[in-house]
Design a protein around this ligand. Sequence first.
Ligand code: ZN
Ligand code: ZN
Ligand code: FE
Length: 759
Amino acid sequence: MEHHHEARRLQVNGIVQGVGFRPFVYQLALRHGLKGEVANTSSGVSIHIEGPADRLRSFEADLLGKSPPLAHIVEVTCRPEAFQHFSDFRITASRGEAAMATLISPDVAVCEDCLHEMFDPADRRHRYAFINCTNCGPRYTIIDDIPYDRPKTSMRRFTMCAACQAEYDDPLNRRFHAQPNACPVCGPRISLRDADRGEIESADPIAAAADLIRQGKILAVKGLGGFHLAVDALNAAAVARLRQRKLREEKPFAVMSPGLDAVRAYAVVAPEEAKLLLSIQRPIVLLRKLQPNPLAAEVAPRNFYVGAMLPYTPLHHLLLNEGFSALVMTSGNLSEEPIAIDNDDAFERLAGIADCFLVHNRDIYLRSDDSVVRRAAGETRFLRRSRGYVPVPVFLKHPLAPILACGAELKSTVCITKGDKAFVSQHIGDIENLSTYEFFQKTIAHMQRILDIRPAMIACDMHPDYLSTRWADEQMEIPKVRVQHHHAHIVSCMAEYKLEGAVMGIACDGTGYGPDGTLWGGEVLVADDAGFERAAHLAYVPMPGSAAAIKEPWRMAVSYLRDAFGDGIWELDLPALRQSGADKVRLMVEMADKRINSPLTSSLGRLFDGVAAICGLRSRVSFEGQAAMELEMAAVGESHAAYDFAWEEGTPFRILPAPIVRGVVADIGRGAAVSAISVKFHNTLIRMFSDLCDRIRAQCGLSRVVLSGGVFQNARLLTGLVPALETKGFEVFSHRQVPTNDGGIALGQAVVAAKSIKA
Ligand code: ZN
Ligand code: ZN
Ligand code: FE
């Protein structure tokens, strides 16, 4: 019968190592009565499979259709091979350097099987906070080097007991080759400490920690990618104290709840949002708050939204299971510093903040903040892409030379390309202080190591003062290319969709360095991955006081009013101007007129700030984008009303903010509500940009429009602009894989740099 038998070689590429893929293949082969072997290779997993042809076909179908939850198959190639008379099916050991190029899985939430065991009093891992299996648990944050094997992870100091080792060695066990496998006998332990690092003795540290939280204490909890600071989200005094100590005035805190029902007590959860909350990535999902709301107002002051997540580590489940409906779980850092990951580091840096510490002795090698997503315009949008998603690459249309892209400054990430994959790093943060800068450098070194890459070129922003640009300049031995900020934004979105050729790109954000030395941010570009032309931009206005104008939107209000009314500004009777005081307004006008410490900007983010301040919403901000965000949230209801808008044609077109500003002021004079003004302002931008694209299409003939830049975090703007453009026959592209803010910019930088090598 042997002539009916065939043999094949299947090469499976993607995230297929360290995710239980080989045992899955092994069990599949047994089920189908097939023989051969499976091994890890440099790019994935290689299978030699032999047996009857029809069984081989069903094996192949199951391989794709039933793969383990963490596996991410990119490609399967199949070729016939000589029949080798295997007597069984076996898993062949992974060869050291062979596994170098493989993809590493992100850290994911503890699975249902493990949770059942953990809550089962009869199980040997009952209430064990480090339970995991091949389908769940830590990965990226515990890896120091490749290949992904236990000695290369922070589990290396724990020697498996006989029971754990038996599971690890058994191909039929769901802990086969689960590198972080552990139990209470052999694995990591937790301990509860006071602020002086002293052990707080108790039979159950988690129950004791829960007691402290109930007393209103601030608990530092060691998580997967770093420390959280936890307080009871219903305890207003505790939340207020956390704000005070963390030096975080108003920026919203995220909360964690034990399950969906608990979240539904304080937020509206649409079906797609529920799916996100329950996904193995477990991101923070921005949800609309219910009114009235049981959470302390201090959790997300003056905010219609709250960021919620569900437990993702076994420790979280145990803690939340102590009867909490919502805990504030905010990153364990002082405002603007990177999140603490090390026990010593946490005790030191969080000493003035946390009253007690729930720590453990499994090290975190790589910091990874919680990811933040929101649903907008029918898609999931990343506000921050980090834990749970990194290091899954963006798959590119073509292989590129190895590039290291350094990102910009705020919400920074870096990107490394390898073949046809672009690896965007976890969230690094605002590279404005030494500790974030060190994290930036550490991330670059770590990614180069685990991806085994030496970059052929470094890409960075054009801004000469960004620390990321300066770092790039210091790398003497590698050629550099400086990529314009908004060009990088647009190309980043093009890369997600594998777009080639020229597109129209609307790039709107707070700040990006323009080649003319001004600060861009309200741009329409005609761009491809090699270069761009500026087709239109918001007309320049001065930013009186430069960086101070970003922190104090009332300064921008004065600047836009001066631009719109000229000397008429002195006749205006606006509450916002009165509140600022005549002397200060005069000073701002003088600074703007004489261009004293007043750089020019075409930023749409600044226009949002200015309009928010003119409306009296906010004269100063305590975090980036706050005024714009509050203006967006102020928009309630639907109408088609809009302000007049205008642009001057030329090369490039100049979009005039003055008619819009005059319209806003007239509405305030008529006593219009801020909610109505905000709706009209958003409508105006939607109409203006879609008309403008129409006009530019008449010149350039392009019908694809790419949207990028931080302003498109604004759900109302995005949700309105996409159909407005589509109605005019445009094909519209907006970010789905990386953030539209500067967290996605490194991807675009890398692609532009690679293009410059090819050219
Ligand atoms: Zn599991
Ligand atoms: Zn054990
Ligand atoms: Fe930007």
